[in-house]
Design a binder for this molecule. Structure first.
Ligand SMILES: *Cc1c(COP(=O)(O)O)cnc(C)c1O
Length: 397
């Protein structure tokens, strides 16, 4: 079957949803709550740096919102991943499995531990790690020893798996968790994109021993830059707080540190922003889910392309909306990217796959057919929550 795709029809469908008068960014932050008030409070009181009440409050609010026992605020999502991997026991020369289809931070954090990223394929229904394909692959290449799971080809231990919830859509966590149990692998969720996304009624981040969030400027809520570690393990939570705050032993005046720690603290002024943003998160998610529904309707009858909908068993935050071109229309991708960006509608292709980057080209990997197919056919379209509030205002006169 050959299908055709008309770029102008796609632009028209996007325009019908976003109703713009101006340049439309991919994802713009919104500061319409208590942001000014809380940040001003930091300036007025002088508490702008690495300690202050907003850090504690932000951590408590994050734990409450996600339903995890502990949240530890850190300076960015990459740092959250680095410390999560370290506390899960990843050491130099271990291998860690991750999707080839991810943002660079996942692979970088593994490298910071001296470990080797090992790339696995994704499935079309979630855009995340394919548990079945991973299980089959591990059964072929690994052998179990007392110290864990070993790659028979490289001789290295495989210590952990880091799934990533792509654009907010949850990975199929239950079967993935089973694979990890069977092969004695630690599960660490890269939940940087999935704050507010649920799998089988539970917030993402619960399946990992530790999980990482990001509050970078383009994420669903932002602290300027920032991140957090989620965990239900009280001992790990205490260690996470300790080593992200220079491993200093609490004392009124003495400086004693009991190991090499990190200065990964989130400043109070950023946490203040985070508290205000988190208060509005339920509203952002309502708006974003509404936006996704509008896109789904607008694209229902457009040829050659499908609007990506949340996987079964999940409720997604729809952080970044996704169009997937039909296989036979993949060649239209670059034209579509050029046309939309030229007319002021910001769109983006998927990330360059990790194994196609110079520094990871020699890293171990499985067959990556799905990742390669999807990365050539995927386009992100404007996803700001303000699109819906703006168009509601228009509709209400
Ligand atoms: C944003 C993001 C991170 C973390 O990024 P930071 O900019 O360090 O906060 C990690 N993984 C993925 C998949 C991301 O999208």
């Amino acid at each position: 079957m050959t299908s055709s795709l008309n770029p102008d029809a796609i632009i028209e469908a996007v325009e019908s949803v976003i109703n713009r008068s101006d340049f439309e960014p991919l994802h713009a932050p919104q500061f319409e709550g208590n942001e000014w008030k809380y940040v001003k409070d930091c300036l007025d009181t002088g508490w702008v740096s690495s300690v202050g009440k907003y850090v504690d409050l932000f951590e408590k609010m994050l734990a409450d919102y996600t339903g995890t026992k502990h949240a530890i605020a850190v300076v960015n999502g990459t740092a959250a991943l680095h410390v999560s991997l370290k506390l899960a026991g990843v050491v130099s020369d271990d291998e860690v499995i991750l999707p080839a289809f991810t943002f660079i931070a996942t692979a970088n954090a593994i490298s910071y531990c001296g470990a080797v990223p090992h790339f696995a394929d994704i499935e079309f229904s979630t855009l995340g790690l394919d548990p079945e394909k991973l299980a089959r692959y591990l059964s072929e290449i690994t052998e179990m020893k007392e110290e864990g799971c070993f790659n028979r080809i490289t001789g290295r231990r495989i210590k952990a798996v880091v799934p990533m919830h792509t654009f907010g859509h949850p990975v199929d966590l239950d079967p993935l968790f089973e694979v990890c149990v069977k092969y004695r692998l630690e599960l660490i969720e890269d939940a940087a994109e999935s704050l507010g996304s649920y799998y089988k009624g539970k917030h993402t981040g619960h399946w990992g021993k530790l999980s990482a969030l990001s509050f970078n400027g383009n994420k669903i809520i932002t602290t300027g830059g920032g991140g957090a570690i989620l965990t239900n393990d009280t001992i790990l939570a205490r260690q996470a707080k300790h080593i992200t705050t220079t491993a200093k032993i609490a004392h009124a005046w003495e400086f004693v540190h009991d190991q090499i720690g990190y200065n990964y603290r989130l400043p109070n002024i950023n946490a203040a922003l985070g508290c205000a943003q988190l208060e509005n998160l339920p509203e952002y998610i309502r708006l974003k889910r509404n936006l996704a529904e509008r896109y789904a309707n607008a694209f229902a009858d457009i040829q050659g392309v499908k609007f990506f909908k949340e996987p079964p068993n999940s409720q997604s935050n729809y952080w970044l909306n996704v169009l997937i071109l039909d296989e036979s229309c993949a060649s239209y991708r670059d034209e579509l990217l050029a046309k939309t960006n030229q007319c002021g509608i910001m769109t983006r292709p998927a990330w360059r796959l990790m194994h196609q980057l110079d520094m990871f080209s020699q890293a171990p990997r499985m067959d990556l057919t799905n990742s390669e197919a999807l990365s050539n056919r995927l386009i992100n379209i404007p996803s700001s929550p303000s699109i819906v509030s703006r168009t509601m205002e228009v509709n209400n006169g």
